[in-house]
Structures are given as structure tokens and as C-alpha cells.
Ligand binder design. Structure first.
Ligand code: FES
Length: 190
């Protein structure tokens, strides 16, 4: 009996000694007592801030030297004044830039060829003097304004700038609009 009692006491002592160490081996168990010293905290704060600063500087460097797209959709399309159709003439398509260049009495417009309904490419219908979307029948006039069909707004505009003899269409600068006003057109004096 005494021996049994002694054995139980010994086992209890052993369990009491090993329990905290075994608990450390259980996944998910952690000791909540503070372990990070103030020095470690400051060190990691400085390392984190320096890493963030260097990453930002590297991103700015790459962005600065990244080649600008020229002559493709998403970049600028350089044209000559001679490429602009005469006022009242049929628009000219620019496939690289995905736009129609049209010249009206108010001035020139670069109309993004994507239908504002569901995005089909909108062709020009010369006999009707209109842009007619083949997908669901939206129709746009020479200013790109919707005159029929389910399209919710006019064709979007791309920015045109004129410098000397050069006309630049910026296909990254696309503007949505609800109507046409003459301020959207770019006058090209001859
Ligand atoms: S995509 Fe042009 S009318 Fe639907």
C-alpha cells in the first residue's frame, strides 16, 4: 500500500514537471508571455520601414524608365494632318488605336470603336452615314451620339492634341460622355 502510494506521488510529480514542456509541443499552443524586447521591436520597425521605402523607390524607378507605348492601343498614335478626313467625309478607321477619326463642321473626333452597350466593335455604314453596331442594333451619328438601340450613352472619346503638323490621339485617355457638345471636337485649321 505504501509502495503504491509512493508510486502515485512520483507519477504526479513527473506529470507536473513535464506538462509545461509537453504543452509547447502541441500545435497552436503558444506561450503568451512577452518575448520581444524593445530593442527587437525597434530593429524590426526600422527594417520594415527601410524595406518599404526601398520598394517604393524601386517601383518609381521602373515606372519612370518603362517605355511608353507609341502606335498601339493603350498609348499614343501619332498622325499627320493629312490623315484627318475632310469635314463631312467618311471617317477613317485606325485599327492599331481602335478608333474612328471623323471630321465634322465642329472639328475632329476620335471615337473609340467599342459599342457602349456590350462592347462589340462598331463599323461605319457609309450609305446611312452612321455607325451601326451589328450585335444589338445600336446606331450612332457622326458625333458618336446614340440615336437608336440599347446603348446607354454615346461612343467614348479619345483625346486629340495638335502640335504643328502632328496630330496625336491618346488611346489611354478615354472619356465617357452623356451627350455631344462642340467643345469635344478639335478644330483643325488648314
Ligand atoms: S453591343 Fe452594340 S448594341 Fe449591343
Amino acid at each position: 500500500m505504501l509502495r503504491m502510494l509512493r508510486s502515485r506521488v512520483w507519477r504526479a510529480a513527473l506529470v507536473a514537471t513535464m506538462a509545461p514542456r509537453l504543452a509547447d509541443l502541441i500545435p497552436g499552443h503558444y506561450d503568451s508571455s512577452p518575448r520581444t524586447s524593445r530593442r527587437d521591436f525597434l530593429r524590426w520597425t526600422v527594417v520594415g520601414a527601410s524595406t518599404f521605402f526601398l520598394a517604393e523607390a524601386a517601383a518609381g524607378f521602373v515606372a519612370f524608365f518603362w517605355p511608353t507605348k507609341i502606335g498601339k492601343f493603350g498609348g499614343t498614335i501619332p498622325l499627320k494632318r493629312a490623315d484627318i478626313p475632310a469635314p463631312g467625309a467618311a471617317p477613317v478607321v485606325n485599327r492599331d488605336g481602335k478608333f474612328w477619326l471623323i471630321n465634322n463642321e465642329d472639328g475632329a473626333l476620335a471615337l473609340y470603336w467599342k459599342c457602349t452597350h456590350l462592347g462589340c466593335t462598331v463599323p461605319w455604314n457609309a450609305p446611312a452615314d452612321q455607325f451601326q453596331c451589328p450585335c444589338h442594333g445600336s446606331i450612332y451619328d457622326r458625333h458618336g451620339v446614340r440615336i437608336a438601340g440599347p446603348a446607354p450613352r454615346p461612343l467614348d472619346l479619345m483625346a486629340i492634341t495638335v502640335t504643328g503638323d502632328q496630330v496625336i490621339v491618346d488611346t489611354s485617355a478615354i472619356t465617357q460622355r452623356t451627350a455631344f457638345n462642340p467643345g469635344q471636337a478639335v478644330k483643325l485649321s488648314t
